[in-house]
Ligand binder design. Structure first.
Ligand code: AMP
Length: 241
């Protein structure tokens, strides 16, 4: 059975880094809709041309485009073991579409983790963040007393600031998050597979908390799915259980 995870949280919460690590360690497909759009912009594709201005202003790309991108990606064979989504869903319409896609795939529970970080810390992180222009990885933060790295630790690519990481756009992105994406907490929070993690801690600590809560939620989700399956086959047996 597959494992499907949504890594939720505001920009700068560390979702991308943690989603990448978790997906690598568990052999799952990481899908970052922001990375897909940045690649589309670089390639001057029709989606890239549509997304460019919106992204640079910190606004959201339309739901239909984003749902098509994710649906298409989730149908590829490498998504079979499961996925970790970073940056999707961002609206309730996207979340409803994702529920339909997950039901169609019928392959493992959907675990939703909300990574929380106070707004002041987010602004500080985003304004000083650098990413690799080649592989998109976040630059390692220098240890106390050490200078910041000049090139990507993973692939040697040049480190650059994202165009939407300047202070004015960061504030707009946080506003858009509050308005469009935070309502998703309401959408998911009564599910037995919804969990909250404190993202305002060291990377290792956040990683450990995530591993623990995702495994726990996946187990709960699998049990729930098994109970649903019994109910579908034999409603009397399910009523007696
Ligand atoms: P991210 O790298 O996740 O911070 O995304 C960067 C930008 O890409 C966002 O500010 C949006 O403009 C756009 N974007 C990424 N994912 C989505 C999505 N699911 N829905 C709408 N816009 C998105």
């Amino acid at each position: 059975m597959g494992l499907n995870v949504i890594m939720m949280g505001p920009p700068g919460a560390g979702k991308g880094t943690q989603a990448g690590r978790f997906a690598r360690e568990r052999g799952l497909l990481k899908i970052s809709t922001g990375d897909i759009l940045r690649a589309a912009i670089k390639a001057d594709s029709p989606v890239g041309l549509r997304a460019k201005t919106l992204m640079h202003r910190g606004e959201l790309v339309d739901d239909a485009t984003m749902i098509d991108i994710v649906r298409e990606r989730l149908l590829q064979p490498d998504a079979q073991p499961g996925f970790v989504l970073d940056g999707f869903p961002r609206t309730v319409v996207q979340a409803e579409a994702l529920d339909r896609i997950v039901a169609e795939r019928n392959n493992g529970p959907l675990v939703v983790v909300d990574v929380r970080v106070p707004e002041k810390e987010l602004v500080r992180r985003l304004a000083s963040r650098l990413i690799c222009s080649k592989c998109g990885a976040n630059a390692e933060l220098p240890k106390a007393g050490e200078p910041a790295a000049a090139r990507c630790a993973r692939c040697g690519g040049e480190l650059v600031q994202r165009v939407d990481d300047n202070e004015q756009v960061v504030l707009e992105r946080l506003k858009v998050y509050e308005r469009e994406t935070k309502p998703l907490v309401e959408f998911y929070r009564d599910r037995p597979t919804f969990r909250i993690v404190n993202g305002a801690q060291g990377l290792e600590r956040v990683a450990h908390e995530l591993d623990t809560v995702i495994d726990d939620a996946a187990l709960v989700g699998a049990k729930e799915a098994a109970a649903e399956a019994v109910k579908a086959v034999s409603p009397e047996k399910a009523a007696r259980a």
